[in-house]
Design a protein around this ligand. Structure first.
Ligand SMILES: [Zn+2]
Length: 450
């Protein structure tokens, strides 16, 4: 884990050509701009009032001192935090389009100065205009900087990943990141810790024949992960060394998604709980709960669920009993339709059921093979997981919540969501498996208590 991992990831990256992380790296913005974009170009800096102060003004000054034409667009949604709603993408896109007026596409370069939301908005707006862009990350709050696709809330209110290229150039300056509110690094750190149970979900799904494997993406995320999350105290105090490993870890998560063109390497069930909350416009004390902060709560939950699974001997799995829980496609569709009935996305459950469905015979074969290979699968999962007490401790050290009530939800709502996650994405997880074995409710209930 080091600069080397970033270089390796860059070599495989389809869109990103440079990723500069460290103290004072903002100073490199003009040189990076000239190296990777047309020198005749003009930059459109997109920020919000907070990120403008944190870095936007400085980026503008650096670029114009270097002889580049610079304009700025300040997004003012009103409020400290806001959702990445599609209407903001349109707003940003129109602002960029205006500066394109009369110029050819290569002459205008959007420069996002901000954290997850600003980056996602500019990423999609730039993608829609066919323009490569640069991002100056102002907080270590998400792994989405370097990922393909943008997590945007559609006009219907469903959070979805819109396909669009990753940034061509990424700059992450620690001096800027230190000025961000504390919760932002806590959010990013929790989002990075999520790669532990997310990786376990991927192993489990693959071993059950329900997911493809992508080796380079796996190694990009997982190889240095334990080191990257190993010093929460250092991250809490934003020391250079632990911050380097942590921010590199976040970037590597994004690069893995860019490589696989899927969020599988970086997200498992813990992310789906968060997506469910967002779909319901969840707020706590009037504020949006940041992505990673939500994800952290369910990262701890999933770690506990996995511990219960590892304590169980699936060599004795009653495959026929599991199959009795595996309903016909029609029955599953009916259940899928009920799950999101009355919401803004009533089709989601049925769509997911169809994508995940295999016939009972295929399922039998999968379960038989899983049962026979349980000792080796168990060993693989044990190698992947981090004890839940450690996850809990780390979350607390960086200042991230650990229970649903700390983010304005409840254990009861989260338990209901545990079942809903299965109907959200074509992504097999431990929770799918536990629904089959009949252990889902029991394990889930016991995993929300300390
Ligand atoms: Zn995430």
């Amino acid at each position: 884990m080091s600069r080397e991992s970033i270089e390796k990831a860059l070599a495989r990256a389809t869109d990103t050509k440079a990723c500069v992380i460290g103290e004072g790296s903002l100073a490199e913005v003009p040189a990076l701009f000239k190296e990777h974009f047309s020198c005749a170009g003009s930059a459109v800096v997109v920020c919000d009032p907070r990120t403008r102060k944190a870095a936007g003004e400085r980026v503008e000054a650096l670029l114009s001192d270097a002889g580049l034409r610079v304009s700025e667009y300040v997004l003012e949604p009103g409020g400290a935090t806001f959702h990445a709603d599609y209407r903001y993408v349109e707003e940003v896109r129109e602002a960029i389009r205006k500066s394109l007026d009369g110029k050819s596409a290569g002459e205008v370069v959007p420069v996002a100065v901000g954290s997850g939301v600003i980056n996602d908005l500019v990423k999609l707006a730039s993608g829609e205009l066919g323009l490569p862009y640069m991002v100056c990350a102002t907080a270590a709050s998400v792994d989405g900087y370097s990922s393909f696709g943008a997590a945007i809330r559609s006009p219907e209110g469903a959070k979805q990943t819109y396909s669009c290229p990753a940034p061509k150039v990424i700059v992450a300056d620690f001096e800027v990141m230190r000025t961000a509110p504390k919760w932002m690094a806590a959010s990013g750190f929790a989002d990075l810790m999520a790669k532990v149970p997310a990786g376990a979900d991927w192993i489990l799904a693959y071993e059950l024949g329900a997911s493809e494997w992508h080796d380079s993406s796996w190694h990009t995320v997982q190889d240095g992960l334990k080191e990257a999350i190993g010093n929460p105290e250092g991250v809490a105090s934003m020391e250079t060394e632990p911050l380097t490993r942590f921010v590199e870890g976040l970037m590597l998560g994004g690069f893995a998604m860019q490589d696989m063109q899927s969020s599988r390497p970086a997200s498992g069930a813990e992310h789906l709980f968060s997506h469910l909350l967002e779909m319901r416009d969840h707020t706590f004390k009037g504020d949006i709960v940041p992505h990673g902060i939500q994800v952290g709560v369910f990262t701890l939950f999933m770690s506990r669920v996995y511990e219960k699974m590892l304590a169980y001997d699936y060599s004795n799995l009653d495959v026929e009993a599991c199959l009795r829980n595996w309903k016909t496609l029609e029955e599953q569709e009916r259940i899928g339709a009920e799950v999101f009935a009355g919401t803004k996305f009533p089709e989601l459950g049925v769509k997911t059921v169809r994508a995940k469905y295999v016939d009972a015979d295929t399922m039998r074969k999968r379960l038989e093979s899983f049962k026979a290979r349980w000792p080796e699968i168990k060993a693989r999962l044990e190698g992947q997981l981090v004890p839940s007490v450690e996850i809990e401790r780390s979350l607390k050290v960086v200042g991230a919540p650990v229970s649903p009530d700390e983010i304005g939800s409840t254990v009861a709502a989260s338990l209901a969501d545990a079942r809903r996650t299965i109907f959200m994405r074509d992504r097999y997880m431990a929770l799918d498996f536990l629904a089959l074995t009949g252990q889902l409710d029991d394990f889930a209930e016991r995993s929300f208590v300390a």
